[in-house]
Design a protein around this ligand. Structure first.
Ligand SMILES: CC(C)(COP(=O)(O)OP(=O)(O)OC[C@H]1O[C@@H](n2cnc3c(N)ncnc32)[C@H](O)[C@@H]1OP(=O)(O)O)[C@@H](O)C(=O)NCCC(=O)NCCS
Length: 378
């Protein structure tokens, strides 16, 4: 039987750090509230396009796997903050990498995009459609954040990481997963101003309004990640105590603690990055995975559990068995251009553009709501 081993991994974190104190300069919030309610102290703000972060992370992942870009058959670009909608961003990454000949697709399931993308690529490798795939989790949320809304503005950050998977006959890699979606609650996390509904509709480009019911999302996230993890462990035939490390989506340290508690896993077995990066949506799990490897927290043949949750409301949990190799085959020296500005300056620039253009979303506030009424039949 064919499996898909993870043979390369790499990350790209933008250097500019936005602290809780920075946020308190323009929002009615403070370090104590953010720290106690979310576990977050800092997050990163990117000075470059998302595809540039994806390029750097991918070059590191390819070097780690000992591969050239032309060896890749498929690029899956997991994100919900695309530089452009058409053409897709995976094609921009393919072009920048010189991965000529690779298929290139975007996957958007919000915060679960990397893991949904990993499932897609894994299935294509295991069924023989492709031999080698690059899976990216990348976000540039800062560009479309609703920076006036303290309920969501304090929670998110930018970042990127990528993995390479390759066909193997050894039983390794992604062995079981559960994917799902609580679509009945999809309107509690919605970004208005982004998508065809708002195009040519009298909306000033750049305006963003987030509908964000934090406490409801919190409950659904705990439920979704817990249920998906239980199902995944059952499918894999693995008991919770056999898991060596949990690499979860990191939207809030209290969500992670609740999921770990219900799963019967101690927090010592959870790899946390939320305090320094906040919620990087699709980038969160792969960045945590890369850092867990770099910090020696993943051992040969480790059993890993990766639960995640996002807008949609999408949910998933992945069970991965690591292989033998824990160190990169080679190292890339590619890095981002230097950032001349502070994170607060970058955010202030985004906010200033919005203020100049003004808000015009109010008129189409409920323009797009999907209902379940059947279409009329003839
Ligand atoms: C957003 C979140 C941190 C709020 O925490 P919470 O414990 O649910 O909220 P609380 O009930 O403690 O606090 C709500 C109050 O804090 C206020 N508040 C919200 N954001 C605040 C901020 N940044 N600073 C200060 N106060 C804030 C609210 O206005 C509200 O005030 P009110 O009670 O006077 O109306 C939490 O619900 C959460 O993390 N949800 C998950 C959201 C998420 O990350 N989703 C992404 C997809 S996974």
């Amino acid at each position: 039987m064919t499996y898909a081993a993870i043979t390369g991994w790499g990350k790209c974190m933008p250097p500019a750090v936005l602290t809780n104190a920075d946020l308190a300069t323009f929002l009615e919030t403070d370090d104590d509230w953010i720290t106690t309610r979310t576990g977050m102290k800092e997050r990163r703000i990117s000075h470059v396009h998302a595809v540039e972060m994806a390029y750097v992370a991918s070059m590191h992942a390819l070097a780690c796997a000992g591969l050239k870009a032309t060896d890749i058959d498929l690029i899956v670009y997991g994100s919900c903050s695309f530089d452009e909608m058409v053409p897709n961003t995976a094609s921009a990454l393919q072009y920048k990498l010189g991965a000529d000949g690779a298929a290139a697709m975007d996957v958007n399931t919000a915060c679960t995009s990397f893991l949904y993308g990993y499932s897609t690529a894994n299935a294509m490798v295991r069924t023989g459609v492709v031999k080698r795939a690059l899976v990216v989790g990348v976000e540039l949320i800062s560009r479309y954040m609703d920076w006036d809304n303290r309920g969501c503005a304090v929670l998110f950050g930018d970042g990127c990481a990528a993995i390479v998977i390759e066909a193997t006959e050894e039983k390794t890699g992604l062995l079981a997963e559960t994917l799902g979606c609580y679509a009945d609650a999809r309107s509690i996390l919605r970004v208005r101003g982004y998508g065809a509904t708002y195009a040519n509709a009298n909306v000033t480009f750049g305006d963003m309004l987030w509908d964000f019911d934090g406490p409801q999302i919190f409950k659904k996230a705990v439920q979704g990640m817990t249920d998906a993890s239980a199902k995944t462990l059952a499918k894999a035939g693995v008991a919770a105590e056999q898991i060596d490390l949990v690499v979860p989506h990191q939207a809030n340290s209290r969500i992670i603690e609740a999921v770990a508690k219900y799963a019967g896993l101690p927090m010592e077995k959870v790899h946390l990055t939320v305090q320094k990066y906040g919620n990087m949506s699709a980038a969160t799990v792969p960045v945590a995975l890369v850092e867990a490897l770099e910090e020696g927290r993943i051992k040969a043949n480790a059993k890993l559990l990766m639960p995640a949750f996002g807008a949609g409301l999408t949910l998933c949990s992945h069970y991965v068995e690591w292989g033998e190799r824990l160190t990169p085959k080679d190292v890339s020296n590619v890095e981002l251009p230097p950032c001349e500005k502070t994170a607060l300056e970058l955010v202030d620039e985004i906010r200033a553009k919005k203020d100049v253009r003004g808000r015009s979303l109010a008129g189409i506030e409920s323009a797009y709501y999907v209902d379940r009424k059947p279409y009329a039949t003839r």
